[in-house]
Design a protein. Structure first.
Length: 444
């Protein structure tokens, strides 16, 4: 279980300029030269979304895939075959030690619980980061990711690729142009069910050959491996310690155009009106009510954004605003003083009442490639559209809903600057503990 054939945890941490107790990083002589010409890139995670990110980044011009990292040798086989010259590692810490002066940028496409440990460590070495959503697993981790990115002045982009499409850009322009007047309420949903109301199976299965379960766990507490896909490769999203449920997965996409359109700041309160998670897993069929302070695009002192997932849906009178049109599987309804906008996830908006808006001319909007944006920004050309300064506060708001789900039918007031709720018990979930040997200085 603790087999590290090349470096022990302690020796890897020492090479990174730390001790197991967590001394600061020492980054002198490890910073890569400023990128010019080809960008030398490393990928953390090669399966699932990692495989997708790897394919899209490698298809960008002026990119060299210099290194690959995956705890599962079998899962990495296809990527290693496609990029035979890329150095391969199973331990992300070893990659950062050995490749510190040989790479310029990385993408982090691992399970949620590893986003922040890898991310802050890479940024401490001056590496540019493409980080999958959600930005991190806990509120404290997200805040630190945002702060370290600002301190190190690295290029960042969160993997909410629809943000850069014409669909979401057009929606923001239409709302901000006042087509439906001031926005009164927002209802937003996903039919996905990244939750599990059952108990953890009481068994232990053999760890597959070539899969390093200890490194997969990372900073999480040790536990028996359960096969059959219970954790790896995909259903970790359902598990409290590793994923962030449907809201954490899809909320980063679907709430994104709401934040962008309305220029929202941090919520002032959050309330869950759905089921609570059990001791192991996130719940399904959730409902979370966020309250935000007014902005120039909204009406009233506060505005509510209401999230639904699984089988939960907005009330009938809200659905009726679609005038019988097909209700999207995932999307958002903006209710304004002068009309309604429906934005299906990854599709074109519709305005209602249909008769009123039959002659409305939608603006011409061009989309961009989210991955090309990142690569070119790393090379000094332009900037990203979802850097951590934007993606951090968005992710924080989304993760608030997961904490609220632990306290059903309780309105939690939120002090964003202090990262603190008005309910002491809720504050236990703002940050997480890491097991010995996996503590990262930048995460405290």
């Amino acid at each position: 279980m603790n087999n590290h054939p090349i470096h022990s945890r302690r020796s890897v941490l020492r090479l990174l300029g730390t001790t197991a107790a967590g001394a600061p990083f020492v980054t002198s002589n490890l910073m890569a030269d400023p990128p010019s010409g080809r960008l030398r890139h490393a990928c953390f995670g090669t399966g699932g979304m990692g495989g997708s990110d790897l394919a899209l980044i490698s298809n960008c011009k002026n990119v060299e895939i210099a290194a690959l990292c995956d705890v599962d040798i079998a899962q990495a086989a296809e990527a290693r075959k496609k990029f035979p010259n890329a150095r391969f590692y199973q331990d992300w810490r070893e990659l950062l030690v050995k490749e510190a002066d040989k790479i310029d940028s990385v993408n982090i496409s691992t399970p949620d619980h590893m986003h922040a440990p890898i991310g802050v460590s890479a940024m401490a070495l001056g590496k540019h980061i493409y980080g999958q959503k959600p930005l991190a697993h806990s509120l404290h981790e997200v805040r630190r990711m945002t702060e370290v990115a600002r301190e190190k002045k690295v290029v960042t982009q969160m993997g909410i690729q629809i943000h850069s499409t014409a669909y979401y850009r057009m929606a923001a322009q239409v709302i901000q142009a006042g087509a439906i007047g001031k926005v009164k309420d927002v209802h937003t949903w996903s039919s996905k069910t990244w939750g599990d109301m059952g108990p953890m199976p009481g068994k232990e299965d053999p760890v597959p050959e070539g899969f390093d379960w200890d490194k997969w766990l990372g900073g999480c507490a040790e536990r028996p491996f359960i096969g059959g896909g219970y954790y790896h490769p995909g259903t970790w999203r359902k598990r409290l310690d590793f994923g962030t449920g449907t809201l954490g997965d899809m909320g980063c996409h679907i709430l994104d155009p709401i934040f962008e359109s309305l220029k929202l700041n941090a919520p002032v309160s959050v309330r869950s009106e759905g089921p609570a998670p059990n001791a192991w897993n996130w719940a399904i069929d959730g409902k979370v009510v966020y309250s935000f302070d007014r902005t120039p695009m909204t009406v009233g002192e506060t505005i509510n954004v209401i999230w639904y997932d699984g089988a939960a849906r907005p009330p009938a009178d809200v659905i009726a605003l679609l005038e019988g049109k097909e209700f999207p599987d995932q999307g958002t309804i903006f209710i304004g003083t002068e009309g309604v906008m429906v934005l299906p996830h990854v599709s074109r908006l519709q305005l209602f009442p249909l008769e009123k808006f039959k002659d409305y001319k939608l603006p011409r909007v061009e989309g961009e490639c989210h991955w090309v944006q990142f690569i070119e920004a790393c090379r000094g050309n332009g900037k990203t559209s979802a850097d951590f300064a934007y993606a951090g506060p968005l992710t924080e708001a989304i993760l608030l809903g997961g904490i609220a789900s632990r306290f059903p039918n309780t309105t939690l007031k939120w002090d964003s600057p202090a990262l603190k709720f008005d309910l002491a018990e809720a504050n236990r979930f703002v940050r997480r503990e890491y097991r010995e040997g996996w503590k990262i200085p930048q995460l405290g």
